[in-house]
Structures are given as C-alpha cells and as structure tokens.
Write a protein that binds this ligand. Sequence first.
Ligand SMILES: [Zn+2]
Length: 471
Amino acid sequence: MRVTPAKRKWTGTLPDKFIATLVELVSAEALRETVEALAAFPTRHTFSPHLGEAAGRISDQFTAAGYTDVVRRPWSHAGHSGDNVVCTKPGTGSGDPVIIVCAHYDCRMEDLNNATARAPGADDNGSGVAAILEIARLLAPVALSATVRFVAFSGEEQGLWGATEYAAQLHAAGTDVYRVINLDMVGRPPEDGSVTVERDEGNAVPSNDAASQALGAVMAQAAASYTALPVKLGPIYASDYMPFEAHSDVTVGAYEGEGNPHYHRTSDKPATLDYGYLAAVTKTVLATLLAEALDVADEARSAVDLYIRDSQADTGSQPSGAPNEASPDLWVRNSDIQVGDDPELGHQTPVNGVPNFLYVRVHNRGTAALGGGVARVRTYQGDSGAGATWPARFQPIGTLVIDQAIPAGGSVRVGPFAWTPHSVDHERLLAIASAPSDHSVPDVYPGELDTDLLVRFDNNVGRRDVAPQGP
Ligand SMILES: [Zn+2]
C-alpha cells in the first residue's frame, strides 16, 4: 500500500527544529564506514567464530560514541550460543519506559547452515546495524525522557534466536518495553526509492496493533517531514520484532522492500548499497525516535516563540534563508555608553582591542506574552574564518536575563554586553535567546554543530560578522 503523508510546513513550533537540526547531522560517510567494516569479516554467520569478532567491533563503536553501559548478553538455543550487543542510554523520565532500536548483525548464505562461505552481508544487515550505530552516535549527548536500548542481535537468520531470548529476558524482568523499532535491510533502494514502514497487522497478539499502526504513522510522517523518501506501508514479518510482538509489545520496522538480487549471496557487498538512501532511512528512524522520546518541557504546546532575525526579511522561519551573517538584531556601539550614546542609532564598526558594546533584539512571534525575568540572552565572539564550529570556536561574552516582559508580536532590546574584539577584520558575534518554554538547540544538543546550520535552523540564534578596525 502506498501512502502520501502531508508534507509538513515549518511552523516554527517546537520540537521540530531540534529534530530538523539533528537529522542534518546523519553522515552517509559514517554509515559507509560501518557497513564496510562489518562486510570485511569473512562471514558473520551465527556458527562462525567471526560472529564474536563482529560483536566486539559493534561493542567498541558504541563505547567510542561515549556510552558506558555496553554489554554482550549471551543467548543459547539448541546447543548453539551467541551474543546480543546491548547499549543502554538512560532516560531522564520517571518510570523509565524502554525504547528498543534494533538490527541483527549476523548474516547467511543461500545454504543457511554454511558457516564458512564468504558472506559480506552488507545490506542484510550491515545496513541496519550501521543505522543504529549512527543514531546512537548522534544521540549520545541528547537527553531523552525514555531509556533507549540499541541492540544488535545475532541468531536472526537461524530463527530469531537472539531476539527471542532477549525479549523473554526483558519481560521476565518486568521491563516496561514502550516501543520496538527494528531495521533489517535498509541500504539498497527499490526502483521507486521508497522505504517500507512495517506495522503490526495481527500476528500473535491483536491488542497491540492499533498502537503499532499509530507508531507507523509517526514514522511515515517523519520520512515526509525530514527526507524525500516515498513511503509504503507493509506488515511486520520474519525479523527480530516478532518475539517482542508475541509479548504484546508495540513494534514497527523499516525495510527497503523485496527485490535485492544479492540477498543471502556472496555478492551482498558494500558497493551495491546507496548510502544516500541509507542516510535517509537513518534520518527517518532518528526522527521517529526523537518524536517519541524528546521531551522538552512541552515546547510544542508553548504559546511563546522567541526569535532573533537572520536578515531584514526573516520573521523567525526555520530554517531561514541565506544570507544570515548580518542579523539586524545584533548591533555594536563603539562609543562610551556612559556619556549618553543611543544604542538605537544602529550598528557601528567595532574598534579593535578596546571594549565595545553589543546589543541584541529578541522578538516573540508566539500568541502569548513572556513574563519578565525568565528568558536570557547569551552572547559569544569567535573567529569568522572558514570552518568555525559551534561551540569550539566561540568564547562567551556574557549572559543577561531579560527583565522586561515580551508581548506577543513584540520585541525587547537586551544589552549592553561589553566585549573586546581581538582580530582586525574578522570576528563573528552570536546571540542565543532561550526561556524554559522555548529552548534553543544548544540547550538540547551540546555537541558540535556547523555555525551556519545552527543559525539557520534555530530561530533563537542570531549572528553578525564584523570587521573590527583600529584603534
Ligand atoms: Zn535480515
């Protein structure tokens, strides 16, 4: 079945801008590196000694992303055994519901029991493992309300052995499994370039079907909002979500659909994948996970929306258009404010090596006023040379609390921030406004961001590049 979810407009309401910013960080190159590393093992057949080596590689990659709770949980079935690799990202909420994002890392040849033949398993399922590792890498610094467990299963091709035992272990321990999102073959697009969102249409338990289909709708909307992927809907079928479904859990899957001619063959090699497509599916799953677990103080329902213009024409749109390096809401007065200078006279060329005075205008395009004393503005200076990255290339100037209320549709001036330029011709000024009901992207994502991405995607952030002279 084909569906066409509505393309969502940029509403300026949150938390869309957080999701939009984070999905921009998905790296096709990082995905390719993981697929190539996994496919380099002669095989990852569950009966092969290389299975454990692959588990070690995956475990190391979670650890390198900054996670400290990474374990190999053994399973056994009919005289065979293997490890599931489980990386836990603790949630901030109470009650601790768990979202499982999973992919199997074992693979096979045409002969299911041939544990020695060359089996790269790039699409099936190096692609799914690469996606969960990339999502884990990007989410490492982001606080989420739910606990997320990234799980790489083995024994899948043999009969879902690893997932079956893990699902039983979780339910025996009384774990509140809130969602299960499985990725199995997501690197080689079908002819129409679509992704299939798999939902529960019955199976062992009917009571979880409606919630699964609702989650599938979230995933379909994520694809429409943040990628160009067409979406098909299909059933969950023959992969690691099935044992969870049998325990009544709410499951969905992402799948490229049938038709890969290299399926379960020696020719399932990294070069047969489309890494732009794999990145788009990864973005879809990342956005789905964030929609379920990024809980930033009910911002989506907040009637306050602060912004700093990126250009004269900008009304706070996310992302804003170019240019964005000369915000009319950041301006410098270079004279001594103690002797009666009027900051509203506009921007002056800064004088190098001596204190200047930065002002910031903050607008509220929401439908409700923001009271005084709750919002703050942080300002920074940095070298405006190429490659300037937030926050590494910036130094704080100062923070001021906004004392006045900001009416709906109104604005206030904040300042002065005293600052001393240190480089003739090249400095970059940045201002970030935020309130408990309207966070900025750096409040949520403390990792590195391209400055341009931050300024365009977060309407709470404004920038002005300046050319200090003299004195
Ligand atoms: Zn598979």
